[in-house]
Design a protein around this ligand. Structure first.
Ligand code: AMP
Ligand code: GLY
Length: 435
């Protein structure tokens, strides 16, 4: 069958690589894609929020499956657009309805959903411009640090964690009254601070049945030792050592099952990925318990670049089962090895950076895999930088230290002017002993 994948990042290159391996895939199109995705299929110049053009392309090219990479088209209602069209409704669209995508599109919606279904998360209250004074009073009742979250999509920037009460009150005012994050902060969620270690767990669901994909950890800060500005993600590892069997059983029992049952009970159409952003918090009995920090309605980036290479099952077969509602009949085969992904970025990122630098050394990567993010092929065939996060290298190995080392070696060999990467991805996990 012909398949269309929407998106252009490292996540999409990793998904495209898995789709391209499937015997079920005849032609793969990626819109808009990047220089790396051309190794897996054909890039198409479509805007991911232009549903009319996407629909026309799907019909004209006899596409039977559409896989949605990023959240924006899902929150914008691409699944509903397809469902409402006599021809497009028969195309397997992998991604939730707009209502389901509210789990990511609105923090308030997600919090209320978790409360309704008894899913462990930080205690919270939501405030608007009209209730600013109450919000400031509520902050006074909490202990530092203070967590303020813009309700809507704010490109990963809408969360503030502040140590000082006065500053927290000022920031709340800036978000609600001065629209610090535009419309996204017309509502603000204030929540209890959770002290623990973060990790990501991914679920694939047909709305009724589910498969839990490997866990991963991403590294969001630009600087080594988790310092400096937040980025889209500087690397990832999978699996996460402390997410052992006992912990994952709690994730399944306390979070995955109530989430899927909640979606069903509320009649929310959901065929796609659920990304659980979790905090592992030490409970009173000394064991780790998972709390949901956020839901996303897509795969993570750069987690996908370490999770997808570990999926041995045919992903197109899994996606078909998601569409048919028969995921329970499929087996998920996971590579036991560890994956380590190191992201290479343009100098200056996440602040201003240059584009158009020629990338060298792409074939000096040994057994590692390269997934492109911000890259472009020039008319003369050179691959040049075209974004802040440029590309990542992933290595699979029976030992995490070896996977990390090999990814770092490959990263060192890929060069352009100003390229930067973190040398300490995964090092924190090597220090954690599992009880
Ligand atoms: P979010 O956009 O909700 O994922 O939040 C962004 C980041 O803020 C998370 O990845 C966490 O590192 C941090 N964070 C969010 N909520 C909390 C919380 N309740 N307690 C501690 N850290 C948090
Ligand atoms: N890696 C975090 C995200 O994709 O949102």
């Amino acid at each position: 069958m012909n398949i269309l994948l929407l998106g252009s990042g490292g996540r999409e290159h990793a998904i495209a690589a898995s789709i391209a391996k499937s015997e079920l895939c005849d032609r793969l199109f990626i819109a808009p894609g990047n220089a790396g995705t051309t190794e897996c299929g054909t890039n198409v110049d479509l805007k991911i929020d232009d549903f009319e053009s996407i629909g026309k392309f799907v019909i004209d090219n006899d596409i039977k499956m559409v896989v949605v990479g990023p959240e924006a088209p899902l929150v914008g209602g691409i699944a509903d657009f397809f469902a409402d069209n006599e021809i497009l409704k028969n195309v397997a669209l992998i991604g939730p309805s707009a209502q389901g995508a509210q789990l990511e599109g609105s923090k308030d919606f997600a919090k209320m959903f978790m409360q309704r279904h008894n899913i462990p998360t930080a205690a919270y209250k939501t405030f608007t411009r009209d209730t600013l004074k109450e919000g400031q009073k509520f902050l006074s009742t909490l202990n530092a640090p203070y967590v303020l979250k813009a309700d809507g999509l704010a490109a990963g920037k809408g969360v503030l964690i502040l140590d000082n009460l006065k500053e927290a009150k000022q920031e709340l005012k800036a978000m609600l009254e001065d629209a610090k994050f535009g419309d996204a902060s017309s509502r603000v969620v204030i929540e209890q601070y959770l002290d623990g270690i973060e990790l990501s767990v991914f679920v694939l669901t047909d709305g009724k049945h589910y498969k839990i994909l490997p866990s991963a950890k991403d590294y969001k800060r630009i600087g080594e030792g988790d310092t400096g500005l937040n980025t889209g993600g500087m690397g990832s590892v999978s699996p996460v050592v402390f997410a052992n069997k006992e912990f994952m059983q709690k994730v399944e029992r306390d979070i995955v099952i109530p989430t899927i049952k909640g979606l069903q009970k509320e009649n929310i159409q959901y065929k796609g990925f659920i990304f659980l952003g979790l905090m592992a918090v030490k409970d009173a009995d000394g064991t780790l318990a998972p709390y949901v920090i956020e839901y996303n309605v897509r795969m993570g980036d750069p987690e996908t670049e370490s999770v997808f290479p570990r999926i041995k099952s045919d992903v197109v077969e899994l996606f078909n089962a998601v569409w048919d509602g028969t995921l329970n009949n499929k087996k998920l085969d996971i590579d036991e090895r560890s994956a380590a992904c190191v992201m290479l970025t343009a100098g200056g990122y996440p602040e201003s950076y240059k584009k158009g630098d020629t990338i060298n050394g792409l074939d000096e990567i040994g057994e590692s895999l390269v997934f492109h993010a911000g890259t472009k092929r020039t008319a003369s065939g050179n691959i040049v930088t075209n974004g802040g996060r440029v590309l990542c290298v992933t290595t699979l190995s029976h030992s995490l230290p070896e996977a990390l080392l090999k990814s770092l070696q490959a990263a060192e060999n890929i060069k352009w002017k100003g390229r930067y990467y973190r040398h300490d991805i995964g090092q924190d996990l090597l220090k954690i002993s599992i009880s």
